[in-house]
Design a protein around this ligand. Structure first.
Ligand SMILES: NC(=O)c1ccc[n+]([C@@H]2O[C@H](COP(=O)([O-])OP(=O)(O)OC[C@H]3O[C@@H](n4cnc5c(N)ncnc54)[C@H](O)[C@@H]3O)[C@@H](O)[C@H]2O)c1
Length: 332
């Protein structure tokens, strides 16, 4: 059934349009930019094009809206959509505050509507493979995750590099390390626009052993999207930019041996064994995500990345933002 509308068909929205069209469920595309709508009309002549978001809200044929407008507009558009009885898939970062996110989760619950967040990487086969490897115990106890997402990328005007890029890192890390976050801290610096940080580094401490370190920037000469998971037995690298070695597992580490000759002494011995590249059956994550949204509407299922399950991500994002502004560690 063609019952989906996409709001915001810019850089990322175009990918959503392609995927929902492929599934045969796309009814209408909506964007406030006339030039963009004209191009979409040429490429998808059988799809309705609409400039006014309010027309989508009153269209009885639309069951689900996909919101891919700038982050600062998400809250208002999601709220209106839910109030008008539409199921919603909203792009990352969901909202730009925990208060707004909680309000939307409550609204969706009261209205018995689907609220899903587009944390695309949680539908990525390489990310899922690393999760399986961590959960199998192969890496041992997880010491820490180190994540870098750098590029000479799109510079946003409404949110900083942290809110724009880090939703990916934070959602992946919370998925891999299924523990409560204890505290966070962050440091950010603006070069291009006053008060909008271009480069951010952040630290996350979980309840038990693990920690995570994140570095995001849209002011870097080369594209880096790499995450290292360091365990007590082995280490894994997830490199999203690589085409044939997205995940590599290293039998490397430092082992601790008790020295029985002297009480309370130990030796640290380096270990470097084999490296392997696990087989991954890769499918476009956005296609899987789009199918999942349609399935959740049809079968009234809670999405894997529901609004409710996404609250911890927004909580960490907001915590680090507070830390950047206040210059201190934030307990969560
Ligand atoms: N999941 C991912 O990997 C990923 C990647 C990039 C961007 N995003 C997210 O997608 C969203 C959009 O980012 P983008 O890069 O496509 O931005 P963009 O600026 O290229 O596109 C946004 C579009 O929304 C339209 N728009 C804004 N307000 C509107 C309204 N009220 N009604 C109709 N149209 C409206 C604009 O005209 C524009 O065409 C952001 O939330 C961003 O964080 C996600």
């Amino acid at each position: 059934m063609k019952n989906i509308a996409i709001i915001g068909c810019g850089y990322w929205g175009k990918n959503l349009v392609r995927n929902f069209y492929k599934l045969g469920v796309l009814n209408t595309v909506c964007d406030s930019d006339d030039n963009l709508l004209n191009k979409l009309k040429e490429n998808y002549p059988d799809i309705k094009c609409e400039k006014n978001f309010n027309k989508i809200l009153s269209d009885k044929n639309i069951a689900g809206v996909v919101i891919s407008t700038p982050a600062s507009s998400h809250y208002e558009l999601v709220k209106k959509s839910l109030e008008n009885g539409k199921n919603v898939l909203v792009e990352k970062p969901f909202t730009t505050s925990v208060k707004e996110a909680e309000e939307l989760v409550k609204l969706a619950k009261n209205k018995k509507l689907i609220l899903m967040v587009g944390f695309t990487f949680l539908y990525n086969a390489a990310v899922i493979k690393v999760k399986e490897i961590i959960d199998s115990g192969e890496l041992g106890d997880i010491y820490y995750v180190c994540s870098q997402r750098l590029n000479l990328g799109i510079v946003r005007k409404d949110v900083n590099a942290w809110w724009n890029l880090a939703p990916h890192d934070v959602s992946i890390i919370l998925y891999w390390i299924s523990q409560k976050v204890k505290f966070v801290s962050g440091f950010g610096i603006s070069f291009l626009q006053k008060g909008i940080e271009d480069v951010v580094t952040a630290n996350i401490k979980f309840d038990n052993l693990p920690a995570a370190f994140i570095h995001v920037s849209w002011l870097n000469p080369s594209k880096v999207r790499q995450m290292a998971v360091i365990g007590s037995k082995k280490m894994a690298i997830y490199d999203d930019v690589s085409t044939d070695r997205k995940v590599q597992v290293y039998d490397k580490g430092v082992d601790k041996f008790e020295d029985f000759n002297s009480f309370d002494q130990f030796q640290l011995i380096h270990r470097a064994g084999d490296v392997y590249v696990p087989k991954i059956d890769f499918k476009e994550p956005l296609e899987i995500e789009a199918k999942h949204f349609v399935d959740c509407i049809k079968n009234k299922k809670q999405p894997f990345t529901s609004g409710e399950k996404s609250l911890p991500v927004v909580n960490v994002l907001e915590g680090v933002e507070k830390s950047i502004k206040q210059g201190k560690t934030i307990n969560l």
